[in-house]
Design a protein. Sequence first.
Length: 71
Amino acid sequence: MSCTISLKNVCAKIGERTLFENLNLNATHKDKIALIGPNGCGKSTLLEIMAGLKAPSLGYIELFHHKISNL
């Protein structure tokens, strides 16, 4: 089994502000990914969600093909 992380329809909101919505990502241990964008667009929030430090507003994360339900 390869190391994979999948984001399915992930949304992040801070207060009334939507940082991103309906984000889908599939990455394996062989992929190299760069997150670029202006200040305040949600790069750090996305990494915190991927690391399990924050819960997404909507959607879910799969790690090794298993849905993550707890932080």
